[in-house]
Design a protein around this ligand. Structure first.
Ligand code: SF4
Ligand code: FES
Length: 204
């Protein structure tokens, strides 16, 4: 695979063809915030918090670092007025869903985002899809999925699968940036509590 030279925040970076800007930045210790990215999962491009500014052939654009492939001589800025403004706005929208999420609060402080800018939404899920994709792509179980569309979109455990698979897995729990996942699990557990298979099988 051919080597690509690009510049990130003024630093010359060597990358391999096919890498994303995020991977190239991470390889030299440059931090770009992410909310829907996971190295074991296919890129999803949902949260856009990884937005960076790229300059190529004299043109400047905002792109998602977790999706955009490296190019020869690309100039990348991970912080700029436009980048910071975009991240601030995105955070304010996400904070309307999950105002108490620690990871969002930390980012809000960094970018000066106001958690009360937009009217609060009832759902605490920020639709990063980490739980759904991890369960499907890594665990191959599909025990949790999205239901409904648009602003009413929510995650939900599939009781028949969750009752068999989740109790001794729960690997998706630490991935969730909010409490939505645990809440959905507790709800599913309560609804299926009459099902003995939701609990570990007693040892012989
Ligand atoms: S429940 Fe959590 S991990 Fe799952 S999509 Fe929502 S915010 Fe992401
Ligand atoms: S981390 Fe890139 S869009 Fe979410």
């Amino acid at each position: 695979m051919s080597e690509i030279l690009l510049q990130i925040d003024g630093k010359e970076v060597k990358a391999r063809e096919g890498m994303t800007i995020l991977e190239a930045a991470q390889s030299v210790g440059i931090f770009i915030p992410t909310l829907c990215h996971h190295e074991k999962l296919e890129p999803f491009g949902a949260c856009r918090i990884c937005t960076v500014e790229v300059e190529t052939r004299g043109r400047t654009n905002l792109v998602a670092a977790c999706l955009y492939p490296v190019e020869q001589n690309l100039v990348v800025r991970t912080r700029s007025e436009k980048v910071d403004k975009t991240r601030k706005m995105l955070l304010e929208l996400l904070l309307a869903h999950a105002p108490d999420a620690g990871v969002l609060q930390d980012l809000a402080q960094e970018y000066g985002a106001d958690k009360d800018r937009f009217e609060k939404e009832a759902s605490f899920c920020i639709h990063c899809g980490l739980c759904v994709r991890y369960c499907a792509e890594v665990k191959k179980k599909n025990a949790v999925g999205f239901v409904d569309r648009g602003t009413r979109r929510e995650i939900s455990f599939i009781p028949e699968i969750a009752s068999k698979e989740c109790w001794n897995c729960k690997e998706c729990f630490p991935l969730c940036p909010t409490e939505a996942l645990q809440a959905a699990y507790v709800l599913t557990e309560a609804l299926t509590s009459s099902s003995p298979s939701f609990e570990p099988e007693p040892e012989e």
